[in-house]
Design a protein around this ligand. Structure first.
Ligand code: S3P
Length: 436
């Protein structure tokens, strides 16, 4: 994919962020809209779809399996569902690019099909752990080969009969939970997943939106195989994970006042708001309402002096994608911020603990990685040349750091910003970031 060219951001220091902004659609919900819309009976209309490389990889994969999908056109996608058993064998391997959500959720959905399918990814995805999904799927009766080390490519052999299982997740992961539940749609009997801590529940909500019953009992989600999905309309809210860069930017840059519109505020995603508030950020959440089973709201954030905190571990899965940005907030805060219980950050699109620490240290910040987190001392930041390691969220986080740096920040390897946030440079530039 696009990650091969070295796209560099150069960001001039200082400035402030202002204005009313709508960031692109939620990545997690966009993926799921294609998957469930494809398997539904009838036509699903999606608006607000994220036209980023990751969600587009899912879209193309379902097209390759015979689903007619119109768009995306200005966030509008029309999916002509083929029903639970209407997918066809793709002509070649499905290329899922950088997208862990695509490969892990599709491993579940495709494990019970009647055909073989191979799923491949880019260099980053090819290093990410897949045993967390192949193990429970094997327990259900699926037949899957992976590369040595349990990484992609994944080869799913069709024709297996899947049985429902009761699975206790070894880690807090919505991707693994979703994978098992989606396989459970094709499983005999009941499938349940029990999670060690709440993780994003978009799969459960959207299944219900498509008329598929999902029971929730404490930390367990349960469904019965053999049902069907009825097409529905989906309005994808703006992605709180993309909004987070502007939340942090406005909090750290003086004279800033930003309102982010129509942001998804599902309670399994709002840890970033809670953490920033604990750090002393000035955040107002207003106009809260429900859109298609997902809560949305406007979020206003103004500059404030942040203070270092010990981040409550219970908030970690609820802010799992926002830590690169939160580390920048910690670097701009007064005192020490301590994160623990976040070892999952080491197996994201990059090792987000190490890669953020390396960049912050280059900027003169005292950042000390630990096996499951980091300790950051707030301080002045000087300019530096840093590396995103092809990780979209690292690139955007360092871009926001320039708002408080003393000289220019150059960020290498930024092409993958397009995986989750097409148009970031323009939107951030219009809001006041001096980025090119
Ligand atoms: C996602 C779940 C999270 C998150 C990822 C998207 C999803 O991963 O980091 O960006 O859409 O289910 P894990 O569930 O592996 O933590």
């Amino acid at each position: 994919m696009s990650s091969e060219a070295n796209v560099r951001f150069s960001v001039q220091p200082g400035g402030s962020l202002n204005g009313t902004i709508r960031v692109p659609g939620d990545k997690s919900i966009s993926h799921r809209s294609i998957m469930l819309g494809s398997l539904a009976e009838g036509v699903t209309h999606v608006s607000g779809f994220l036209e980023g490389d990751d969600a587009l990889a899912t879209l193309k994969a379902f097209r390759a399996m015979g689903v007619k999908i119109e768009g995306p056109d200005n966030g509008k996608v029309v999916i002509h569902g083929v029903g639970m058993h209407g997918l066809k064998a793709p002509a070649g391997a499905l290329d899922l690019g950088n997208s862990g959500t695509s490969i892990r959720l599709m491993a579940g959905l495709l494990a019970g099909q009647g055909f073989d399918v191979e799923m491949v990814g880019d260099a980053s995805l090819s290093k990410r752990p897949m045993r967390r999904v192949t193990e429970p799927l094997a327990m259900m009766g699926a037949n899957i080969d992976s590369a040595e080390g349990g990484t992609p490519p994944l080869l799913l052999h069709g024709g297996s009969t899947l049985n429902g299982i009761d699975y206790v997740l070894p880690m807090a992961s919505a991707q693994v939970k979703s994978c098992v539940l989606l396989a459970g749609l094709y499983g005999q009997g009941q499938t349940s997943v029990t999670e060690p801590a709440p993780t994003r529940d978009h799969t459960e909500r959207m299944l219900q939106g498509f008329g598929y019953a999902v029971e929730r009992e404490g930390s367990t989600a349960r469904l019965w195989g053999g049902g069907s999905l009825k097409a529905t309309d989906i309005d994808v809210p703006a992605d709180i994970s993309s909004a987070a860069f502007f939340m942090v930017g406005a909090a750290i840059a003086k004279n800033s006042d930003v309102t982010l519109e129509h942001v998804g505020v599902n309670p399994t995603r709002t840890g970033v708001i809670d953490i920033l508030r604990l750090m002393g950020a000035d955040i107002e959440v207003s106009n809260q309402h429900e859109v298609g089973g997902e809560p949305v709201a406007d979020i206003r954030i103004r500059s404030s002096q942040l203070k270092g905190i010990r981040i409550p571990e219970a908030l970690v899965p609820l802010a799992i994608d926002e830590f690169p940005a939160l580390f920048v907030a910690a670097a701009c805060a007064e005192g020490e911020t301590v994160l623990t219980g976040a070892e999952e950050l080491r197996v994201k699109e990059s090792d987000r603990i190490q890669v953020m620490a390396d960049g912050l240290i280059k900027m003169g910040v005292k950042a000390e990685p630990t096996p499951d987190g980091i300790v950051i001392q707030g301080s002045k930041m000087h300019g530096a040349e840093v590396y995103s390691h092809g990780d979209h969220r690292i690139a955007m986080s360092f871009a926001m750091a320039a708002l408080r740096a003393e000289s220019e920040i150059v960020i290498n390897d930024c092409a993958n910003v397009n995986t989750s946030f097409p148009g970031f440079v323009e939107l951030a530039g219009n809001a006041g970031l001096r980025i090119s």
